[in-house]
Design a protein around this ligand. Structure first.
Ligand code: SAH
Ligand code: SF4
Length: 357
């Protein structure tokens, strides 16, 4: 195996070299972060793009074993934001020159839901003079639905593979066709085929997941040629089946640190893609997202979900900013981003250079 400093000079990385980067400690870890920062600055610059996040419904037909809003969690009060509430949040994003929004929800595939999203897409384009970019994150759908939403104005889609190791995937989902790895993979292929800028990602520090799996996750992103990655630490939720494994996993701090190393290593592996500073980082460290921005990430998703709904969209414990309204959130972010030495790309869609290529 090459010395660590030689690996850092690579432009291609083997599985074992990625494992070395993810295992970096002490001085090596600092060198990795410095290198990722310099690759980011020389490839895509220091701009951070905002995507206003609207979690418009927590109704979900799936039962992922890690997720707080899974169908079987009866403690959650289910909501669906009204069109007016959603459009108001999008209007806020547009007026504040956020460039684009992400509409996220539980997974529903009913014709009524598909149609509702169609209408919302058209209305968002209408109220923003066609200027707001729209990312969807509404789970697995048929290729026809993806095509229809694409035609109505969505141009990016975020669907995490959660873990690219089918064995790990199987252990964190119920065992049925509705939660199958192959179905998720097919959905990613369908999204690509229908012309979306494709975003995926994984949870870091899951039960049953090894460092080697995370190295494979990074190679998976490269292999499917993604334009955007959003990945963050797995955070246990008391009302989920996976909670019982909490004693078997890394500490929150270790998961956080590993997530930062994943971001930095991915920046070396795919220098020109968009990488989000995941909200889950902030659930462990208040300055978690800004730390990710300084070592490789370039996308931030300020939460624009109406405050009354936020406490019912707790995918994991300690989800931050439960009671901060959008205005407060924006002010707080601006200050933090300046501190991290980045500049906000106001009014720009911020498409990845990778996609534009
Ligand atoms: N229903 C859609 C989008 C909402 S869930 C979907 O599943 O694709 C969005 C993301 O939240 C998931 O992809 C998952 O990676 C993340 N998530 C869910 N539970 C989590 C947990 N306990 N810790 C960290 N991230 C979690
Ligand atoms: Fe539903 Fe997404 Fe949570 Fe799975 S991760 S239960 S699909 S909201």
């Amino acid at each position: 195996m090459k010395p660590f400093t030689d690996i850092l000079q690579n432009t291609e990385y083997s599985h074992d070299e990625l494992v070395s980067l993810l295992n970096a400690e002490g001085n090596d870890r600092q060198l990795l972060f410095q290198k990722a920062q310099s690759v980011k600055l020389s490839t895509i610059g220091n701009k951070v793009y905002f995507r206003g996040l609207v979690e418009f419904s927590n109704i979900c037909t799936k039962d992922c074993l890690y997720c707080g809003i899974r169908k079987s969690n009866e403690k959650v009060i289910r909501y669906e934001a009204t069109d007016e509430e959603i459009l108001e949040a999008c209007q806020f994003a547009w007026k504040n020159r956020f460039g684009s929004v992400v509409l996220q929800s539980g997974e529903i595939s009913s014709p009524a839901f598909v149609k509702r999203v169609d209408l919302l897409l058209r209305k968002i384009k209408e109220i923003s003079n066609g200027e707001l970019g729209i990312t969807l994150s509404c789970g697995e759908q048929t290729i026809e639905t993806y095509r229809q939403w694409r035609e109505n104005g969505a141009h990016r889609y975020l669907l995490r593979i959660e873990s690219s190791n089918p064995e790990v995937y199987r252990k964190i989902h119920p065992k049925n066709d509705f939660h199958s790895f192959d179905r998720r993979l097919q959905a990613l292929k369908d999204l690509k085929a229908t012309g979306y800028q494709l975003g995926t990602g994984v949870m870091i520090g899951l039960p049953f997941q090894a460092i080697e799996d995370l190295a494979d996750d990074l190679l998976f992103f490269k292999q499917i040629d993604v334009d955007m990655v959003g990945m963050g630490p797995y955070i246990e939720h008391e009302d989920t089946p996976l909670y019982k494994f909490r004693k078997t996993i890394k500490t929150k701090q270790e998961r956080f640190d590993l997530a930062l190393k994943m971001v930095a290593t991915l920046r070396l592996l795919m220098p020109d893609i968009n990488i989000a500073a995941a909200t889950a980082l902030q659930a462990i460290d208040p300055a978690g997202r800004e730390k990710a921005l300084t070592i490789g990430a370039n996308i931030l998703m300020p939460n624009l979900t109406p405050c009354d709904y936020r406490k019912e969209y707790q995918l994991y414990e300690d989800k931050p900013c439960l009671d901060e309204d959008a205005e407060l959130c924006r002010n707080c972010l601006e200050a933090r981003i300046e501190l991290s030495g980045c500049e906000i790309g106001y009014g720009e869609w911020g498409d990845s250079k990778h996609f534009l290529k």
